[in-house]
Structures are given as C-alpha cells and as structure tokens.
Design a protein around this ligand. Structure first.
Ligand code: ARG
Length: 260
C-alpha cells in the first residue's frame, strides 16, 4: 500500500469515527438551564401532571429548537432566582421578570418581550344575594388594610415605596408565591393582593375574587442571563426576533395572554 492510500484510509476512518460519534450522541447541542417560578401563570408554572408550562416556557422551547440548543427547565424560589443565576446553578431566567435598574446591576436582560401593569385583587362577598367585590381600588389600599404580595416582586417594592414609606398605614403580608396570597385572600386572612395583571387574572379564574383596578407601572419583561454571558444573550435575542416574526408568537399570545 502506498503512502497516499494510507493517508486516504486514515482520513476515511476519521470521518467514520466522527459520523458514528455524532449519531450515537445525537449531536452536541449546548444545554442551558432555565430557572422559573413554578407558580406564575400564565407565564411559567407547573401543570397538574408536573410539567413546566406557560407562555415563557413555550416561547423558550421554540427558541431553543430554532437556535439549536437544549433547554432544561427547573423551578427556583422567586426570591432566590437571581442569586441562583449568579451562582451558576441556572443559566437564565424566563419567568415574567420585570426589567428594573436594580436588577440590571446584577444581570443582563434580553430585549423586552411583554408589558404589564399591576392589578389589585379583592375577595367577592355576598351582598343582598349577589357576589360583589368587597372593596374598590381606593378602599382596598387604604390605611388599616393588609395586602398580600409575592416576596421580591415589583408589587412589593411599589407598595413599600409609594404607600408605606409615605406614611399610608397599610400592612404587607409577604408570600413565597402569588398563588398562596390568593388562597389567603379567599379565606379572609388578607384584604387585597397585588401582582402583575395577567397573573392576577389567571390566578382568580373561576374563584370568588375580582380585579378592582390597576396600578399603571408599565413594566417591561425580559429574560435574564448572567452578566457578560453575551453568547446566550445573543441566542435569546435572535430567538426572540425570530419568534416575534413568526406566526407562533401570535398563537402563543392568543393562547396564554389574550385568549383567556
Ligand atoms: N414582574 C414582577 C417582578 O419581576 C413579578 C414577578 C413575580 N414572579 C415571577 N415568577 N415572575 O418583580
């Protein structure tokens, strides 16, 4: 066998080895871990079969498929989600997170993808044989009321900065997730609860509670990555650009955010 044929065989052998390894490992897509709050419908939550779902979850799965990465979705306590990202235990956060200057010091955000206001929720009570909201927007947040919020949210900060710090005598009851606040509201442990309007709407569907008004904070959602993780940031931004340009965006908005 001459030298050239040996080289050729070595090259073919190399190609075969590469081909076999690619096939048996199913390619080598990078894997990114997405941390979510598991109790934040309609953006991210765990359904009754134990599977992560919601608008953000479906958007991220579409983007991962489109941009060629694998994604693992894990629940994390909201209050600990930024420290968990910084510690490297998750790679990004896709869970209805508002872009705030305070958070921008700690993480990098993608381009905005949704805008929300805060909703004030109260219990419905029986009055002359009809179920009506117990308070209106003014009486719901007036002195003496106890208001439920989720720990570490813009709702908590808004009520602290705009009412409590200015001397309005309301009390806050702080919960690990918003669904717990709604349970307490329904049994009369708190007078009102405040959270992002789409979540308020999803959480009270079919229950004896009502939204009596909104606080127009005009918050903008983005996905968060570790500071300086430009590679993942551009994958997510390019993915967002593509999904917004595809019919899938309208389908998911309709399914999760408008249709209900
Ligand atoms: N958008 C609000 C914030 O960023 C509320 C978020 C609450 N929880 C959640 N999983 N997104 O503070």
């Amino acid at each position: 066998m001459n030298f050239q044929r040996v080289l050729l065989l070595v090259a073919i052998g190399g190609l075969l080895v590469m081909g076999i390894s690619a096939a048996s490992f199913g390619g080598d897509k990078p894997l990114y871990v997405d941390g979510i709050d598991a109790a934040f419908p309609p953006f991210s939550y765990i359904d009754k079969d134990g599977n992560p779902t919601g608008f953000d979850v479906e958007v991220i799965r579409w983007i991962a498929n489109e941009m060629g990465f694998d994604v693992k979705i894990v629940p994390v306590d909201w209050d600990a989600i930024i420290p968990t990202l910084k510690a490297g235990n998750i790679d990004f956060i896709a869970s209805g997170m508002t872009i705030t200057p305070e958070r921008e010091k700690q993480v990098d955000f993608t381009d905005p993808y949704w805008k929300i206001n805060l909703a004030v929720v109260v219990r419905k009570v029986n009055q002359d044989g009809a179920l009506v909201p117990q308070y209106n927007i003014f009486s719901a947040v007036s002195p003496g009321r106890t208001i439920g919020v989720q720990r570490g949210t813009t709702s908590q900060t808004w009520l602290e900065e705009n009412l409590i710090d200015k001397g309005v005598g309301i009390k806050l009851k702080v919960y690990d997730n918003f669904l717990l606040a709604i349970e307490d509201l329904l049994i009369g442990r708190i007078d009102a609860a405040v959270i992002d309007a789409p979540t308020a709407q999803a959480a009270i569907a079919g229950r004896d509670a009502a939204i009596v008004g909104t606080i127009n904070t005009g918050e903008i959602y983005g996905y968060a990555v570790r500071k300086g993780d430009t590679k993942l940031l551009s994958l997510l931004n390019e993915g967002l650009k593509r999904i917004k340009a595809s019919p899938e965006w309208d389908r998911l908005v309709e399914k999760w955010l408008i249709g209900g």
